[in-house]
Design a protein around this ligand. Structure first.
Ligand SMILES: [Zn+2]
Ligand SMILES: [Zn+2]
Ligand SMILES: [Zn+2]
Length: 255
């Protein structure tokens, strides 16, 4: 499968609006990998293009990466940076599968335009711990801890496994640890560098430790905010660790 990072920023993106911090200033002046749109990932599976998250930037992302085909959308949770771009699909040419947990679907349909959702998407219920089988691959959603109900996803194609832990904090269930053990690639959202009190996210330092703890072959970090290190400093920091990559907008990998 191919995994493509359409955006790798956290809720505010980089540069954040109105922010004059050194990181945002550099991003404005130098551009390139210092700039991060809100996070979205495209998983290309056999005969099925799965978009994970519809951030507010999704229109620009789909257009600039020339993505013309999406079969399904998986949304991890209701937060603005993960779901607000769903309305853009009113203008998408074809109906897409919307793979979301039922309570989250009810939440999405309650927003002011949400009653049109059934016209543009085919809702398929996703339940944590219940595999969804396709012709030659399958997904398993799993619950993670966050400020609101939130779901990660394990994707299995043949012997290859990739997983995305969404906006999980550092405390993963034993069930999730068991699913994630030995995966080829684990994608983790790490807005901050160091652990912060009252943050319902895993920090970059904690994610690096988690990789060894649960035995993941390759760790990809994403969903960075402007309080984290700029792209080049981040790359220098993780260089000594084996099998860890800091994602940037436009990065793709084959698993
Ligand atoms: Zn987020
Ligand atoms: Zn800033
Ligand atoms: Zn969130």
């Amino acid at each position: 499968m191919r995994i493509r990072f359409l955006g790798t920023g956290a809720a505010e993106g980089i540069p954040a609006i109105g922010c004059k911090c050194a990181h945002c200033t550099r991003a404005r002046e130098e551009g390139g990998r210092l700039v991060r749109q809100r996070s979205a990932v495209l998983f290309s599976l056999p005969g099925y293009e799965l978009l994970m998250e519809t951030p507010p930037d999704i229109r620009k992302q789909l257009d600039s990466y020339e993505i013309r085909k999406i079969n399904g959308i998986f949304i991890t949770h209701e937060h603005y940076d993960h779901s607000a771009g769903l309305e853009e699909f009113l203008y998408w040419q074809e109906c897409v599968d919307l793979l979301v947990e039922p309570q989250l679907y009810r939440q999405l349909i309650r927003v002011n335009w949400g009653k049109q959702l059934p016209e543009i998407t085919f809702h398929l219920d996703m339940h944590p711990g219940v595999a969804v089988h396709f012709n030659n691959f399958y997904f398993v959603p799993f619950a993670v801890r966050h400020k609101v109900p939130c779901y990660g996803l394990v994707l299995c194609e043949g012997k290859r496994k990739a997983a995305h832990a969404a906006d999980s904090d550092k405390l993963l269930s034993n069930y999730a640890r068991s699913l994630l053990s030995g995966v080829d690639v684990l994608i983790v959202n790490t807005p901050f560098f160091e652990p912060r009190k009252q943050e319902s996210h895993i920090s970059l330092e904690e994610a690096v430790a988690l990789k060894e703890e649960i035995g993941v072959k390759r760790l990809i970090l994403t969903h960075f905010n402007h309080h984290n290190l700029p792209y080049d400093e981040l790359d220098d920091y993780i260089a000594p660790f084996e099998g860890i990559t800091a994602a940037y907008d436009g990065l793709y990998i084959d698993v």
